[in-house]
Write a protein that binds this ligand. Structure first.
Ligand code: ADP
Ligand code: MG
Length: 329
């Protein structure tokens, strides 16, 4: 949509984000041209965020940009892909000022640039509604090497990166709900607003994992996606699910520890990676993560019995692929 103002936006706001990528043709042509890389697969994912749906209304332009980049790139990180380029489809609200647009573009450039991602193209429109944007991200994996949801095998071990539940706590903190000590509230809100795609783990995932998924819907739902795609079962040790110190402080205030841990494990917006690996790879997986200073925790095992089974201190909860149902005592 090449109106005058849109054209200026493309030149002034978005061309710097190409970082001179030849693929983008200076954002002056109808297309981008990506040269194939022999021996590599192009791995592609796309995500859309709508203000008021995937982000709270009145989220700042910079936070919207970091959220969009984080959630989109997280998918590539989970596949073990090396990120390369992106396409942005943005709908500017009529009431966004030139400064708002500038802040969004600058923050997007920062969020993408942290991972070496260059803007290859996109589309720009205006909308009477709230902000929305889609980001299509491209990365590369050695041919056949993308780590899919479907590769888990009975006997594999289940791991998760980082800590779980902060995104969900951060959302309630951002909405002003709950009682959090001041510093915890700020840390959790920022975790929710600006997810970090875990590219630091991509090499480990690529080299050692049989299946992987990034956690957007909630740990339990997303490992359920791995279980069904792989036609296996997963046994989750709920007590082993790693928590941040903020989440631990929140947990200590809750009456029912099992339910509280379940809430953290179903809340979503973590953008960590859950992955499976053969038992024989476990020691190397953990030592590589430790050498890189990365938190990686064993949280369960893959079995041949379909579905997700949750164990908490000997109590069992059975979940279907959409989430969990109830605690059996
Ligand atoms: P067309 O009308 O042929 O689709 P546009 O005028 O929409 O072309 O786009 C011109 C150029 O600007 C293209 O290279 C396109 O990829 C780029 N572009 C437009 N909007 C964006 C955007 N939001 N982000 C990145 N590149 C964009
Ligand atoms: Mg065109």
């Amino acid at each position: 949509m090449p109106g005058g103002a849109e054209f200026d936006d493309i030149r002034d706001l978005f061309r710097p984000l190409t970082r001179g990528a030849g693929e983008a043709l200076g954002l002056t042509d109808d297309v981008a041209v990506i040269r194939g890389r022999p021996g590599f697969d192009l791995v592609i994912s796309t995500d859309t965020i709508v203000e008021g749906v995937h982000a709270l209304l009145n989220t700042s332009p910079a936070d919207l940009a970091f959220k969009l980049a984080g959630v989109s790139l997280s998918d590539l990180a989970a596949k073990g892909a090396v990120p390369d380029g992106a396409f942005l489809n943005v709908a500017w609200p009529f009431d966004w000022t030139a400064d708002d647009r500038k802040m969004f573009a600058a923050a997007l450039g920062e969020a993408l640039g942290q991972h070496g991602v260059r803007l290859f193209g996109g589309d720009t429109v205006r909308t009477p509604g709230p902000f929305q944007a889609g980001l299509t991200v491209l990365g590369w994996c050695p041919t056949g090497g993308a780590v899919l949801r479907s590769g888990a095998r009975a006997g594999d071990v289940l791991f998760v990166t980082g800590s779980i539940g902060d995104g969900w706590l951060g959302l309630s903190a951002a909405k002003g709900e709950g009682a959090f000590p001041g510093d915890d509230r700020a840390a959790l809100v920022s975790r929710y607003l600006r997810p970090t795609p875990r590219f630091a783990f991509s090499g480990i995932v690529r080299d050692l994992c049989s299946a992987a998924v990034d956690i957007s819907d909630g740990l339990i739902a997303d490992i359920g996606h791995v279980a069904s795609a792989s036609s296996v079962g997963i046994e989750l040790d709920l007590a082993a699910v790693p928590l941040s110190s903020e989440a631990q402080r929140w947990l200590a205030q809750q009456k029912d520890e099992a339910q509280a841990r379940l809430s953290l494990a179903t809340g979503g917006d973590d953008y960590e990676i859950a992955c499976t690996a053969p038992q024989a790879a476990q020691a190397e997986l953990l030592s590589r993560a430790a050498r890189l200073g990365l938190r990686l925790t064993c949280i369960g095992a893959v079995s041949s019995k379909a579905g997700v089974t949750i164990d908490f201190q000997g109590r069992k909860l059975t979940a279907d692929r959409w989430g969990w149902s109830h605690l059996d005592h």
